[in-house]
Design a binder for this molecule. Structure first.
Ligand code: UDP
Ligand code: MG
Length: 311
């Protein structure tokens, strides 16, 4: 049996289609599926739609989070509700085509534990988004050594992998990174990103930026060392400048050093602020992890396997 996990945020118009498309895809394979939809605190009628779907159909489970916790938390909530031999994670807006699910399952049956769907192209994304994404993946690769270029959250994970992911204690997760970090044998399938039919993308630029910061800080502490590196460069610079200043002084030429002073002040000031900011970002993450609040809170569940609230 398979679980299909679908995080949904304001998808009232789309979710029913998506569920039936997933079921259609499973008609072509000789496997049962349990569909787990996580309503990530939608403001529209998503929950009402889901509830009636879950009541009418025993293979659909609906989980409602108490507010919008973000897609990352919604995925983790879904994984905790998954059962079966493997689990497939996909978007609710059909941008991840369910038609490739049979292909993913075939690969899993061959023994691959993680089957990743990789974007062939980035669909109708804007130029700035494309640029932002490619910059993000380049930095991420340099910092963490994981190449996530064109990766998506559309994945098939073996039950072992799901267990490994759920064991990770960190509260702020970056699913794409974590699922690469756990390793296991991996295979790729390619897909074309479809156009969104209803509603709009739930990811604002600010949300995307925050996700990027979480990703960088959870996979690398190199930025912290970067601060030390700049410090060393500055030390060398100061040494040269110090000698020059002394030479000038002994020659009796030391009057117009004003520009240098101002420049140095500005540069050191900004470097200090950037480094403090970097350290601050990590401290904020440590703080969040130490608080150890749950990743999400489940307010309602509808379907076969209702478990206890919270995680
Ligand atoms: N999503 C979510 N919580 C959020 C934002 C999005 O669960 O806060 C879900 C959304 O319903 C969809 C998936 O995450 O199933 C991808 O979101 P979206 O289509 O908005 O992102 P994009 O495709 O533009 O990256
Ligand atoms: Mg989308």
């Amino acid at each position: 049996m398979f679980s299909v996990i679908i995080p949904a945020f304001n998808e009232e118009k789309q979710i029913e289609n998506t569920i039936s498309a997933v079921k259609d895809a499973f008609k072509n394979v000789d496997e049962n599926c349990l569909i787990v939809v996580i309503d990530d605190g939608s403001k529209d009628g998503t929950w009402q739609v889901l509830k009636s779907l879950a009541k009418a159909d025993p293979t659909v489970n609906a989980v409602r989070l108490s507010r919008n916790f973000g897609k990352e938390a919604a995925i983790m909530a879904g994984l905790s509700r998954a059962s079966g031999d493997a689990c497939i994670i996909m978007d609710a807006d059909l941008q991840h085509p369910p038609e490739i699910i049979p292909e993913m399952i075939t690969l899993w049956k061959k023994g691959y534990e993680v089957v990743e769907a990789v974007k062939e192209d980035r669909g109708g994304e804007s130029l700035t988004n494309r640029f932002g994404a490619s910059l993000f993946y380049k930095i991420m690769y340099r910092l963490s050594g994981f190449s996530l270029e064109n990766a998506s959250d559309f994945k098939l994970l073996d039950a072992k992998v799901v267990k490994a992911l759920l064991q990770m204690p960190e509260k702020e997760t970056f699913f794409r990174g974590l699922s690469a970090w756990v390793g296991y044998s991996r295979a790729q399938v390619y897909f074309k990103v479809q156009k969104r039919k209803h509603g709009k993308s739930g990811w604002s630029r600010v949300k995307l930026f925050r996700l990027a910061v979480t990703a960088f800080t959870s996979f690398s502490s190199l930025p912290l060392q970067f601060v030390t590196f700049i410090g060393i460069l500055f030390l060398i610079g100061s040494f040269i400048l110090g000698i020059q200043t002394l030479v000038m002084k002994f020659r009796g030429l030391a009057v117009d050093g004003f520009t240098t002073v101002i420049l140095l002040l500005l540069i050191t000031g900004s470097c200090l602020m950037i480094s403090l900011g970097m350290i601050g970002t990590y401290i904020a993450r440590i703080y969040n992890e130490v608080k150890a609040r749950p990743r999400y809170i489940i307010s309602e569940e509808c379907g076969q396997q209702e478990k206890e609230n919270g995680e």
